[in-house]
Design a binder for this molecule. Structure first.
Ligand SMILES: [Zn+2]
Length: 447
């Protein structure tokens, strides 16, 4: 019955089931077929972008490029690379003046955690949703199966929005546990719920699922789950090992970024993550900008017509796997992502909050736009002392500072919070920029 209802709900999302059926086929396309599919989409996107997006019209004209110059995937190299700062400072000029579809706005943290406001058109939402369901189905998901989500919630959200989400979760059989207030009791309850009524799929931030696995192992438990999928952060080998020890071998990592949603998904052979070539073109380039098998991720979103994102350096680095996967998919495989790394902050009340907690607070207050914040970092020096550093020229208002303090105290207990302006954020010894860092775990991150 539930499966019937969920399927009917899917039908109401205009074009979703049709797109899913198409993607179930295209995932087994030959290399030539994939290339043709991408190039057809690319030509359409470039024409639309040149004609209706002021930023790209000017960029193309400056480079003396015409839409006809970009026909093949390799032609993309003619277009200069843009980055997050480009998106931030040209946001309005990156919007298409000719979009007939319904559009939606969303906020993303990106690799630095600083929220950025982006716009999508309906067709992009459909394809990214369909890619997600294709991924779930590759793990054995059927409509209406129980999914347990262990990740962030919106900290600043209206009552109506919260209520609507609750109803939708009931219909879709989604069970949500927030990683913004994790403590021993929450983890223990979650473990017993996994034992009593296991979900078909457990899905969460890599660090959150790892935390749950460690708890199960603490209890000496092994709970075989059908599938576990991790997302939003780099899944380290030490985390995957623990998750497998606790929940079995069916761990599927996923890579995406807020600017394009889905980028790559691990398949059932677990050889790496296949790029969703139907939706993105992904290149890796070295620091000089030359193509490489390992380097900076440069992505082109083939489906966003509302705010086209072409040749975008998202701040992550990755490497390609050299093998051909035995699952018969011919799309390129990503071996390793050096993406986002984040930490939990633990309050003296015993609660842990995931790094995304801070992105949600700052995003909800629209701080990045209001104070031109380029980066931020939250450092936990002691169990009851946090330092929040903003890379900005502006001073935060007393009111905003007060709200930040109140929200943090609400989740972590009474905490001494220092808020300061800084010129930049240093790297850790591992060469990572961590936007949330607990010095209580200094060893792990080689600060
Ligand atoms: Zn494969």
């Amino acid at each position: 019955m539930r499966s019937f209802i969920v399927r009917q709900m899917m039908r109401r999302q205009n074009g979703l089931l049709e797109k899913l059926a198409e993607l179930e086929k295209t995932q087994y396309y030959s290399e030539d077929e994939i290339k043709n599919y991408q190039e057809e989409k690319l030509q359409r996107l470039i024409k639309h972008t040149y004609e209706s997006v002021p930023f790209y019209k000017e960029l193309f004209d400056k480079q003396r490029l015409r839409p006809d110059d970009i026909k093949r995937i390799d032609d993309l190299e003619k277009i200069p690379v843009i980055d997050k700062e480009t998106l931030r400072s040209n946001r309005e000029r990156l919007l298409s003046t000719n979009i007939q579809e319904k559009i939606s706005t969303r906020r993303t943290g990106g690799s630095t955690g600083v929220p950025l406001s982006l716009v999508s058109n309906h067709k992009e939402c459909i394809i990214t949703n369909a890619l997600y369901y294709r991924f779930l189905r590759s793990m054995g998901y059927r409509w209406g199966d129980k999914i347990l989500l262990f990740w962030g919630e919106r900290v600043v959200e209206s009552f109506v929005a919260k209520y609507k989400k609750k109803i939708s979760n009931v219909i879709y059989n989604l069970h949500f546990v927030s990683t913004f207030s994790v403590n021993d009791r929450v983890l223990s309850n979650l473990i017993s719920s996994l034992q009593k009524s296991p979900p078909k799929i457990l899905r969460g931030y890599a660090s959150s699922v790892n935390l749950l696995a460690l708890k199960a192992l603490d209890y000496g438990l092994k709970i075989e789950l059908e599938a576990v999928t991790t997302t939003a952060e780099k899944l380290f080998k030490f985390q995957r090992d623990k998750i497998e020890d606790a929940f079995g071998k069916n761990v599927y990592d996923q890579y995406g970024c807020g600017e394009t949603f889905s980028i790559a998904f691990e398949c059932e052979m677990h050889n790496g993550m296949h790029i969703a070539s139907e939706h993105v073109v992904l290149d890796l380039v070295d620091d000089k900008g030359n193509k490489s098998s390992r380097g900076n991720v440069i992505i082109t979103n083939l489906d966003n017509y509302a705010m086209p994102i072409i040749r975008y350096k998202n701040g992550d680095t990755a490497s390609f796997a050299s093998l051909i996967c035995s699952c018969k998919r011919k799309t390129p495989l990503l071996k390793e992502i050096e993406g986002r790394v984040s930490d939990f902050i633990e309050g003296h009340n015993g609660n842990k909050v995931h790094a995304e907690f801070f992105t949600h607070i700052f995003g909800g207050l629209k701080l990045a736009a209001r104070y031109s914040i380029k980066e931020f970092r939250v450092v936990q020096e002691k169990i009851d002392k946090l330092r929040i550093e903003f890379v900005t020229e502006d001073d935060l208002s007393k009111r905003d500072e007060k709200i930040i303090r109140e929200k943090i105290n609400e989740y972590l207990g009474n905490t001494d919070i220092e808020i300061k302006k800084v010129k930049g954020i240093p790297m850790t010894r591992m060469g990572k920029k961590m936007f949330v860092l607990s010095l209580l775990n200094r060893e792990q991150w080689q600060v």
